[in-house]
Ligand binder design. Structure first.
Ligand SMILES: Nc1ncnc2c1ncn2[C@@H]1O[C@H](COP(=O)(O)OP(=O)(O)OP(=O)(O)O)[C@@H](O)[C@H]1O
Length: 302
């Protein structure tokens, strides 16, 4: 079932068109990534989904609601964690959660949520005393307090150390395991690759591609590369005859093969037929980073 449908979304700020003709759909239970460099238009896009911004063109439907006209109904079913939380420093974690719970008809149990997000020990701590990772966990708790069917998480792990980032990723997986559809805004390729079922790659306000992370990586205009030491003599001509193989180079006893398509399967099947073992096999696959460069002509950093 489609939970979110965006069709031809446009948003201008004065002279600047921040979002040009953006279209995608998100299915129930997906973790859907919106990936792109700073300023690509990701936040503007999700703000249009949550009703925080009014689009200049296109249509948006979130859980059957038009965010422009049905913001109150939408708020009951869509949880939103935004980049700038703007939470009051002096309130405690429990006070903040209880305050947010009061906005919803059927809020989640805040004690249970604190437990689930590993914040039970911090319930009485003031917001300003929390670490970056704890603040992010609270932000997820606030997005989940209304028992939503879908959540938008925007730049969740920016500024976190690798350990806190990995903990946060586990929480996002738990959210989805609870049946909630997740839209994850990120400019980290690794995060999208690790968490997302599908990704919309956005650059300068336009969708460059929508695909699975593996599908995007496969579009990267870069050869795959494998290297190994064959256990017996390898007939190079047979290797070169495989349609997937582009180059074969020897480095002493090691052979390096580049190519595309199902290169690894083609070469390992050939070796198996000839009863040759590929010792010290190393394979380099294209990554989302490569896909981003291939699809946009520049790297994702900005
Ligand atoms: N309120 C605003 N007024 C004017 N311009 C804006 C406003 N908000 C965003 N922009 C501009 O619109 C473009 C898209 O911004 P947006 O925040 O949607 O991008 P983003 O991909 O979320 O970036 P980031 O990763 O830095 O958050 C940028 O050029 C930004 O400067």
């Amino acid at each position: 079932m489609t939970v979110i449908e965006v069709d031809g979304l446009h948003k201008r700020y004065g002279e600047l068109t921040a979002v040009h003709d953006v279209s995608f759909t998100v299915a129930e239970g997906e973790i859907f990534g919106i990936l792109g460099p700073n300023g690509a238009g990701k936040t503007t896009t999700v703000e249009c989904l949550s009703g925080l911004r009014v689009p200049d063109g296109g249509t948006v439907s979130v859980l059957g609601h038009d965010p422009r006209h049905e913001r109150d109904a939408l708020r009951q079913v869509l949880g939103v964690q935004l980049q700038e939380s703007g939470l009051p420093d002096r309130l405690t974690v429990r006070e903040i959660l209880d305050l947010f719970a009061s906005f919803y008809r059927r809020p989640a149990d805040s004690a249970e949520l604190l437990d689930r997000l590993g914040l039970r020990d911090k319930a009485a701590a003031r917001y300003k005393k929390l670490s970056g990772g704890q603040k992010q966990r609270l932000a997820i708790a606030l997005a989940m307090i209304g028992n939503p069917r879908a959540v938008i998480l925007d730049e969740l792990t920016t500024g976190l150390d690798p350990h806190a980032r990995r903990n946060t990723w586990e929480l996002v997986e738990q959210v989805r395991a609870g049946g909630v559809t997740v839209v994850l805004v990120t400019h980290f390729m690794e995060e999208a690759e690790r968490l997302c079922d599908r990704v919309a790659l956005i650059d300068a306000g336009r969708v460059v591609a929508v695909d699975t992370p593996a599908g995007l990586a496969a579009r990267a205009d870069r050869n795959q590369r494998m290297r190994f030491r064959p256990s017996a003599e390898l007939d190079e001509a047979v290797l070169r005859a495989l349609p997937e193989v582009s180059t074969v180079t020897w480095h002493g006893p090691q052979v390096e093969i580049t190519g595309d398509g199902n290169l690894v399967l083609a070469v390992t099947s050939l070796l198996a037929r000839r009863r040759i073992i590929a010792a010290d096999l190393r394979v380099e696959q294209a990554t989302l980073d490569d896909a981003f460069i291939a699809l946009t002509g520049h790297d994702g950093a900005s």
